[in-house]
Write a protein that binds this ligand. Structure first.
Ligand code: HEM
Length: 152
């Protein structure tokens, strides 16, 4: 059972953190260089609406399998090593930022597109980019700590 938990845990981490890396490092600069604001904003609206359900599912799986492994491997969070607590803390911050992003700025972006307010849409996209930059940095840090932690 533990092998299923760790596989699901890592697949979810790859989907979430890898998806953010691709969006931020490859798609963002490419879209900015070839698309005018109306098309660029619509592209991002569609990208978010397709990617976010996968992120939501990944978050559920990460927390369920993470808590399950902490119980099965260490006898619960109380006995888990420091790197697991760091992982849990960073994961809570990341999930909170994602939840806020999904329910506030991304909805505001959709509204700006419907109203054809490209100026406002551009400002919202800048805010979204900053949140994704923070979550991507936390995600990469988390993976480094989680994978190296057991060897410390
Ligand atoms: C963004 C969220 C998360 C990411 C990206 C993530 C990533 C990882 C990675 C890369 C590993 C290392 C696997 C290995 O080296 O074999 C791991 C293991 C683990 N994670 Fe997470 N994790 C996340 C959330 C959580 C949460 C919420 C918990 C809950 C306590 C958790 C608990 C664990 C445990 C117990 C292990 C096994 C530790 C070990 O093998 O010594 N993780 N995680």
């Amino acid at each position: 059972m533990l092998s299923i938990a760790i596989s699901l845990h890592l697949l979810s981490a790859v989907i979430w953190v890898g998806g953010m890396f691709f969006a931020y490092m490859a798609l963002r600069p490419a879209a900015a260089s070839v698309l005018e604001p109306p098309l660029r904003l619509e592209l991002w609206r569609q990208v978010f609406s397709r990617f976010f359900p996968w992120v939501s599912l990944s978050i559920v799986i990460l927390f369920v399998t993470g808590l399950w492994m902490s119980w099965a491997m260490f006898g619960g969070l109380g006995n888990s090593p420091v790197y697991v607590h760091i992982m849990l803390t960073l994961a809570i911050i990341m999930a909170g930022l994602f939840g806020w992003l999904k329910h506030k700025p991304v909805k505001a972006l959709a509204k700006a597109i419907v109203e054809e307010n490209w100026q406002k849409g551009g400002e919202i996209l800048v805010a979204i980019r900053k949140i994704i930059a923070i979550n991507l940095s936390l995600g990469l840090l988390l993976v480094a700590i989680a994978s190296g932690g057991r060897f410390l």
